[in-house]
Design a protein around this ligand. Structure first.
Ligand code: WT7
Length: 630
């Protein structure tokens, strides 16, 4: 399939996609392998909401990722896997081999009772088997729910139970930087409260001692010996669910964002090919974890649908040293590289000595995702990694959008540091004022909404459609609300300014303040807490927790440590507050609402303009909080 190859073509395509979306998407979808063509392109309304793409089309996404490449690309490398430890040998898996491995594991899942529509949880390290298991679920029509392997037992069991998963795929342990962790112990702990799981398939990764439960647990390699490599792909309806992925919102527990087969497939490949301007034989590396949406769409599905070579990296940017990313770029002659601002900022502090050692001349396009990229990080990336020769694509999107929504097209769209630039064809963003009125024209600012469906948009939140409606389609009726604030400059370029709800973004990880508060409140000596984000040099945002104790005299560093371990147990280490301040009360209005605006200001260290505090029940608490700030 051709790419957009000039700015005027982008403008033409964009116009076509708005004037006649059906014709536009029909053309895009025609490049895939369908078992049966769709009857109609799109039916939709944003009230319920109900969105259906490629109606009555039948397909299997893995035939498009794998089978259809076998004629021309059987021996092309599909996945390069780079281990955590550079002394361990990397792996290269061809399309033919990947096809075979996926078919085998599909048969393993079937032998364990998996059927179309079942939910299967994957809790694994970044090893090829995670991609294989993901694709195997899709091949048999089971819905995968990948849970990032940094989440705690409690968080894992919550996610398994919310989706009623019946199979869990995991590993004995994992390596991450200097650390080795026992995943299976966490799993055993989680499964005590997961009655629906009847089999647990365990990959051997570290070889460490673990316990296997009779009748429930089995080894991946032993199961693999019992199956053959022939597995016809299940025929899926375009609107059958493909996966759920849990993400945090401003209230309640994380919700399972659900994506469906047909539309997700079309948009994952379309956006990958055009944003990165992927050329046949480009080597592509996205440093994310498959536990997040970036890994789903731009490590597994998008690149494989496009028939590219995608790198999976098990490790971290600073192990064994801060040159690891660049060492890997040189080693595999990476052309397209995609990472997060938090990684860039973390590496920036080490200076350029770790970069200068490596030949980065293969790089053409550098992507950024997950949070707003600050100008300093942008410049550093552009200069030191791109050598002022690469295009930077600052890609804005969300778990719910399934794919990149607003981004420059590499080598085509003018770059403006810190701007995600322009919407992809098919995407109709708009800015609205607090009353929901669309703000027209340029050089304006508002809340970012999308007013027309796109193929990879969220269809529902698992098991709770009402929640999907409430969270995304009720704030501004008739539009999808992103939760982000945004500026559109005089050229019509978009710049995302950050969340406008109670969601914080820590190192590109999305977290609900309520979720962190609930975790902290689990500590027996905590009465109440309030969590806000504050600017953090490396993480983008840090977590600041104000905590009320049963007895303020119990405040101590030791108790701080205990609270941190409670939160690690409840959610995982990524949710640990950077600062905990013990307070005797919180600034609440007479109706009992916490005035977070004040807490944010104090956390930022800016107490000069706290605004109107006269509606507070007890204004004196503000002075105490400011004074007590440590
Ligand atoms: C939130 C979505 C989509 C992949 C990773 C995050 C923020 C994401 C950008 C960007 C500014 C960004 C937004 C968004 N965000 N990309 N390029 N510029 N902000 O997915 O966990 O669903 O988080 O991340 O605030 O709403 P997610």
């Amino acid at each position: 399939m051709d790419k957009i190859n000039s700015f005027s073509e982008y403008q033409e395509q964009y116009k076509k996609s708005v004037d006649n979306p059906d014709a536009f998407w029909s053309e895009q979808a025609s490049t895939f392998l369908w078992k049966k063509k769709w009857d109609r392109v799109l039916d939709w309304e944003f009230k319920t909401p109900s969105v259906n793409w490629f109606i009555n089309g039948k397909l299997n996404i893995t035939e498009n990722c794998l089978d259809r490449h076998l004629d021309t690309k059987a021996d092309k490398t599909a996945i390069i896997w780079e281990p955590n430890n550079p002394d361990e040998k990397h792996k290269e898996i061809t399309y033919k081999e990947l096809h075979e491995k996926v078919c085998r594991f599909s048969n393993v899942l079937k032998a364990n009772g998996a059927k179309k529509g079942d939910r299967i949880c994957l809790y694994m390290p970044m090893v090829p088997e995670l991609a294989i298991a993901t694709l195997a679920c899709a091949r048999i029509g089971a819905i995968h729910s990948v849970v990032f392997a940094g989440f705690s037992a409690k968080a894992l069991s919550d996610r398994i139970n919310d989706a009623d998963c019946n199979i869990l795929v995991t590993s004995d342990g994992l390596y991450r930087g200097k650390k080795q962790m026992c995943l299976k112990d966490i799993v055993d702990d989680a499964l005590q409260t997961c009655p629906t799981i009847n089999s647990c398939i365990v990959l051997q990764r570290t070889g460490q001692q673990i316990t296997m439960k009779d009748g429930r647990d089995s080894w991946w390699h032993e199961e693999d010996e019992l199956v053959n490599s022939i597995c016809d792909a299940e025929i899926m309806d375009s609107e059958d669910p493909l996966f759920v992925l849990y993400t945090s919102g401003s209230t309640g527990k994380p919700k399972g964002v659900q994506h469906h087969c047909g539309g997700y497939m079309v948009y994952a490949e379309y956006s990958f090919r055009n944003v990165f301007q992927y050329n046949e034989d480009d080597v592509y590396w996205c440093t994310a974890d498959i536990g997040w949406i970036t890994g789903h769409t731009y490590i597994v599905y998008g690149p494989l649908l496009a028939g590219s070579t995608t790198i999976m990296f098990e490790g971290v940017p600073t192990y064994p040293d801060a040159g690891r990313f660049w060492e890997v770029c040189e080693k595999f002659k990476v052309n397209l590289f995609y990472t997060a601002p938090t990684a860039i900022r973390a590496l920036q502090v080490y200076g350029t000595e770790f970069i200068d050692k490596y030949d980065l001349s293969s790089l053409k396009t550098l992507g950024s995702v997950g949070e707003p990229i600050n100008e300093e990080a942008w410049d550093w990336y552009y200069k030191n990694i791109g050598k002022e020769n690469c295009w930077i694509v600052d890609t804005w999107w969300q778990t719910e959008t399934g794919g990149i929504m607003i981004s420059p097209l590499a080598h085509i769209t003018k770059m403006k540091p810190t701007f995600a630039a322009l919407p992809l064809p098919g995407i109709q963003p708009c800015l609205v004022d607090p009353d929901g009125k669309e703000i027209l024209g340029n050089d304006v600012q508002g809340n970012l909404c999308i007013k027309y469906p796109w193929p990879s948009m969220i269809r529902t939140t698992y098991g709770d459609h009402e929640r999907c409606k409430q969270v995304y389609f009720s704030t501004y009726p008739g539009m999808y609300f992103t939760g982000d604030g945004c500026r559109r400059d005089e050229d019509g370029f978009y710049r995302i300014t950050g969340r406008v709800d109670d969601v914080i973004n820590v190192s590109g990880h999305r977290m609900g303040t309520a979720e962190v508060e609930n975790g902290i409140n689990e500590h027996s000596r905590v009465v109440e807490s309030a969590v806000v984000g504050f600017p953090h040099e490396i993480k983008g945002q840090g977590i600041y927790a104000y905590v009320i104790l049963e007895d303020i005299n119990a405040a101590s560093d030791n108790l701080r440590k205990e609270i941190l371990s409670t939160i690690t147990k409840e959610i995982g280490p990524i949710a640990k507050p950077d600062k905990i301040q013990f307070v005797s009360g919180l600034p609440k209005t007479r109706s009992g609402k916490i005035m977070r605006r004040i807490l944010r200001k104090v956390a930022e260290g800016d107490t000069s303009s706290l605004g109107d505090t006269s509606t507070l029940l007890d204004p004196s608490i503000v002075a105490e909080i400011i004074e007590g700030k440590v």
